[in-house]
Design a protein around this ligand. Structure first.
Ligand code: HAS
Length: 572
């Protein structure tokens, strides 16, 4: 056990109703993840030419890819954001969650997930996680997704009175860093899901119900990416909370700069939304000027990650030196890489190392001219498996297990196996993603329903130069799947084991600052000015692109499954 620091408090006992709801919020997405990972593995085997179209456990290619994307990128991440937020609010503010709000939020999220699952499993919603028109889903898919999102809003709204109460009780203290982190995460989430709600409620649902014949495609896509890029920071910021608040402590050191940590979160609030056009560089209908503005702001949103890279590395170096390290890089060897009692270190460091490469490839994507080469190729899949599939996924895995253990009082079993998971996953990612990216540079498409044809020497589509990267993609995915199976084994052993502690006692390792905590007078101790700047920047950067999308005459007609090229079903 680590000796408590000044900034650490005693554990906080969650009320029985909230405890039960939080166990559901942790366990349900992990159960669904089995399906999500399985379909990811099948995708890779299909791309490697090992299985054929129609072999997706009875599902088609798009159905399997939709299950993979929606479960891994939307359901898992949203549930984790909410349950992690519930735990942070309880522990750091020492306040009970409001029971009616908590019950409503969990019921909506679980209900929405189950409602959306039915059409996905029946093949009535093969629209991928981006659900671009003219791909059209059954209305239940959109309604279920809307319920999931609104349920997460309800959780957030339930935290606000507790935060305000804490601020009244502690007028001379800035909010704890973890609370700033989770509030910024959900402010971004709330702001960016408003355009999504408009797209779903006023465009997709009426279209899918047949109330309107056609909808405006560029507008739907622009509203989606208004949501779609900040979404990635909604995924990432819970990991950053762990890196700033907990990792320096489990590494045996201190947080190098509490000021820099707060600044990084606040810069995300300002810069993560007005960048969505970088997903639409290749789309006609928008002035190049506005694409350029979003490109510039995209470079801006990398800055808080650079701040994080420096601050977290400095904190880890401090920890290594405290443990007796010498020389420029000696600190790395002294870190607790294999400490099975503090698995969150292994889950964090593996994610951080992967993210160095995920981040660099993001900068490549953001560069307007380089994007022309890699857009819609395997390079993009390589990038996002090193971001959402790196730090985000590993922190969700590590922290979900930790939360389950604390909520049920059952210690994690198979601890040695548990810390093997992030390193095995990292190995898999470092085979999978470079292979995908190299294939992408050779022109391999990001999604392909062509199956074996390009790997089959007798086919006119055969591409001999794509074979090695396609094979390596399959090998990388096999290693990643193995890591997940080990993780599942640890879960099963933990569930089967006895409870040895009282259930529902939450506590998080919390690092002290190496430099002093910020004062209440500091600009980074306040949220409101940053929200105002964020709103202004969104208005300036999106007003004209939205107007341009609104004016476009392109409309999506109802999708016909027999037509293999839905993009052609566009009426001018
Ligand atoms: Fe991205 C596409 C640009 C970050 C996810 N991105 C995607 C898609 C996803 C995704 C899912 O500009 C595909 C969407 C789709 O379906 O079409 N992305 C960026 C940029 C960043 C970035 C500039 N992306 C993310 C994160 C994601 C994510 C984070 C998920 C969580 N991305 C793009 C662009 C596209 C795109 C274009 C569209 C491309 C197209 O054409 O379609 C930046 O935020 C990245 C900044 C990060 C860094 C890295 C900092 C490094 C750190 C680690 C330090 C390590 C330490 C350890 C301290 C600059 C913090 C040291 C210790 C040792 C022992 C070594």
């Amino acid at each position: 056990m680590l000796a408590p620091t000044k900034s650490e408090q005693a554990s906080y006992t969650v009320a029985p109703l909230s405890r039960t709801l939080m166990v559901i919020e942790v366990v349900l997405p992990i159960v669904l993840l089995v399906l999500g990972i399985y379909h990811g593995f099948l995708q890779a085997l299909y791309r490697a030419g090992i299985i054929h179209s129609g072999s997706f456990a009875g599902l088609n290619y798009y159905q399997g890819l939709t299950l993979h994307g929606v479960i891994n990128a939307v359901v898992l991440t949203t549930f984790f954001g909410v349950v992690f937020g519930n735990a942070l609010i309880s522990y750091y503010l020492r306040k009970a969650l409001i029971p009616a709000v908590h019950l409503t939020s969990t019921s909506m999220m679980v209900g929405g997930t189950l409602i959306a699952a039915v059409p996905m499993l029946l093949g009535k919603a093969d629209v991928l996680y981006t659900f671009y028109p003219p791909l059209k889903a059954h209305p239940a898919f959109y309604i279920g997704a809307a319920l999931l999102v609104v349920g997460s809003w309800v959780a957030f709204f339930g935290w606000i009175p507790l935060v305000r109460q804490w601020m009244r009780e502690n007028p001379s203290h800035p909010l704890p860093l973890a609370i700033v982190g989770i509030l910024v995460t959900f402010l971004i989430w709330f702001l960016c899901t408003i355009p999504l709600a408009i797209e779903v409620l006023f465009m997709l649902i009426p279209w899918s119900l047949g109330w309107v014949e056609a909808i405006n495609i560029p507008l739907a896509r622009t509203l989606f990416w208004f949501f779609g890029h900040p979404l990635v920071y909604f995924w990432l910021l819970p990991a950053y909370i762990v890196y700033y608040v907990m990792l320096p402590r489990v590494a045996g050191g201190k947080l190098y700069s509490p000021y820099a940590a707060r600044l990084a979160f606040l810069l995300f609030l300002v810069l993560s939304i007005p960048v969505g056009l970088h997903h639409q560089y290749t789309e006609p209908g928008f002035d190049r000027f506005w694409k350029g503005v979003h490109a510039l702001l995209t470079f801006g949103v990398a800055i808080p990650s650079f701040i994080t890279a420096f601050t977290v590395a400095a904190s880890l170096e401090y920890a290594g030196v405290r443990r007796g390290a010498k020389g420029l890089f000696g600190w790395m060897a002294k870190l607790p890489w294999l400490d099975a009692e503090r698995p969150i270190f292994a889950y964090s460091i593996a994610g951080l190392i992967i993210f160095i490469f995920g981040g660099i490839t993001g900068i490549v994507n953001a560069s307007y001219n380089l994007n022309q080469t890699i857009h819609n190729t395997g390079f993009i899949s390589g990038h996002f498996h090193m971001t959402v599939g790196g730090p985000v996924f590993l922190i969700i895995l590590g922290m979900s297990l930790e939360l389950f253990s604390q909520l049920t009082g059952k210690p994690i079993r198979g601890r040695g196996w548990n810390i093997a998971v992030p390193y095995l996953w990292m190995l898999g990612i470092f085979i999978f993603s470079p292979a995908m990216m190299y294939g992408g540079l050779l022109g391999q498409p990001r999604r392909t329903n062509m199956g074996l044809s390009y790997l089959d020497p007798s086919s006119p589509h055969f591409r001999a130069d794509w074979v090695p990267s396609a094979m390596l993609t399959g090998i990388g995915a096999a290693v990643m799947t193995l890591a997940f199976l080990v993780y599942l084994g640890v879960w099963i052993a933990t569930i089967a084991g006895p409870a040895t502690r009282p259930a529902g006692e939450i506590s998080f390792p919390t690092a002290e600052g190496l430099h002093p905590e910020v004062s209440m007078a500091s600009i980074v101790a306040r949220l409101r000015p940053w929200v105002v700047i964020a709103l202004l920047l969104i208005a300036v950067s999106y007003w004209e692109p939205l107007r341009q999308a609104f004016r476009t005459p392109e409309k999506a007609l109802p999708y016909e499954p027999d037509n293999p090229t839905p993009a052609l079903q566009v009426r001018k």
